[in-house]
Unconditional design. Structure first.
Length: 403
């Protein structure tokens, strides 16, 4: 009997151990350095000393702005490489952005891999990005996103680095060619577009990547470590300041609190009663004088311009049908008609000669004009178009005619 009770307790204990030890795999992209889930940064944070041999690595315990502000040792902020691998720079404030720019301007380096860059940061460095999968968020939908990456260096083979999941179509759309070098590309709709660039800033440089997921545990354990090693090999041999991005700044963008006038009233009993009586009198005055002293003058509404309403109705009709291909075709027809009327160029053959003439007459850069025309040709051939492709085409045409 005693043995039977012992066996029952042992079986119960085994069940408890089994069910408590089995954890469901977390497929969320968290980019945390202590996280061992597929899309955490545990492995690369532990292997950073191997990747950067003879280079010291410091994991920041405070916000980068606070680190620079209260670091008395000025030599500790020289000849450094700032490194950030996250989904977005959520802890970076406006003042933090300025300090980071000044940090690099003084001769340091920054390697930043993000899905979403702050607008103020992009404006300062004169670049824009386009994320065609910014609305994709579910684990199942992200799993279907595949991608091919290339590195533009003679030391690396020209073969693509193929990634089988969670690769957003995120790339650099516009940038200042005078201070930007394209180091890597990704293939989107059979065309290579930049996703890894070097932007010179003062005496230093920013290395920016639009796919931070390649640094996570999942890909480092699935034979993609060569791509990460090759990416980081571009960086100069400097000590690393790794921003774990877990704390907000205690001092950045904080405003000095002004003393409240009511606080002074509440410190004295007589002034407190005076305040209450004054407020009560004001409320009574407003209550008894709320009626109008004269008849209201009727407002005659002006005649409406129904052109905008009609245009809105037509556009809503297309949007309700979700026929983005029709809108794309109309945008292309509009663009070609405006080219014919404004620049007096035939649009029958959209060849290399046409692109050169269009770039010269419009004042746009040849590379941007070529990318726009190739996009139009590709979208015109497709039987269907997505909303992101429609929005991207609209922005490109608007930017083209701003010149």
């Amino acid at each position: 009997m005693i043995q039977l009770q012992y066996i029952k307790k042992l079986i119960l204990l085994l069940f408890i151990i089994i069910f408590t030890s089995c954890k469901k795999t977390d497929w969320v992209e968290n980019y945390r350095e202590k996280e061992k889930s597929p899309f955490g940064n545990y492995i690369i944070s532990k292997e950073i000393d191997t990747l950067f041999q003879e280079q010291n690595t410091t994991f920041l315990k405070e916000n980068f702005y606070d680190y620079l502000l209260f670091n008395d040792d000025k030599d500790s902020t020289k000849n450094k490489t700032y490194l950030l691998i996250k989904n977005a720079a959520s802890k970076q404030t406006a003042a933090g952005t300025i300090e980071l720019l000044n940090f690099v301007k003084q001769g340091n380096t920054a390697f930043i891999a993000l899905n979403y860059f702050k607008e103020s940061f992009k404006e300062k460095l004169e670049f824009t990005t386009n994320n065609l999968d910014k609305k994709v968020s579910s684990i199942a939908a992200l799993k279907r996103l595949k991608g091919e990456f290339y590195l533009k260096h003679t030391d690396f083979v020209d073969a693509p680095y193929v990634f089988e999941r969670n690769i957003r179509r995120n790339y650099f759309l516009e940038y200042n060619e005078n201070k930007t070098i394209v180091l890597g590309t990704t293939k989107i709709d059979s065309e290579e577009v930049p996703n890894f660039v070097k932007i010179y800033h003062g005496k230093g440089a920013f290395y920016l990547h639009t796919n931070p997921v390649v640094f996570t545990n999942y890909f480092l354990l699935n034979g993609k470590e060569n791509y990460v090693e090759n990416l980081l090999s571009y960086l100069p041999k400097k000590s690393i300041l790794w921003d774990v991005h877990i704390k907000s700044s205690k001092y950045s963008d904080t405003k000095e609190q002004k003393p409240s006038i009511f606080k002074f009233f509440f410190q004295h009993e007589t002034l407190t009663w005076f305040l209450f009586v004054s407020v009560a009198g004001l409320l009574l005055f407003m209550l008894f004088n709320a009626r109008r002293k004269q008849r209201a003058i009727p407002v005659l509404a002006p005649l409406e311009n129904t052109t905008v309403a009609f245009t809105q109705t037509i556009s809503n009709l297309y949007l309700s049908e979700a026929d983005h291909k029709v809108l794309v075709d109309k945008k292309i027809v509009f663009f070609l008609e405006k080219v014919r009327s404004k620049y007096l160029i035939h649009t029958l053959n959209l060849n290399a000669d046409f692109i050169k003439k269009l770039a010269a007459k419009s004042g746009n850069e040849l590379q941007k004009t070529k990318y726009l025309i190739h996009t139009i040709i590709a979208l015109n051939k497709k039987p269907e178009c997505s909303e992101e492709e429609l929005i991207g085409l609209h922005k490109m045409i608007e930017n083209f005619f701003k010149k």
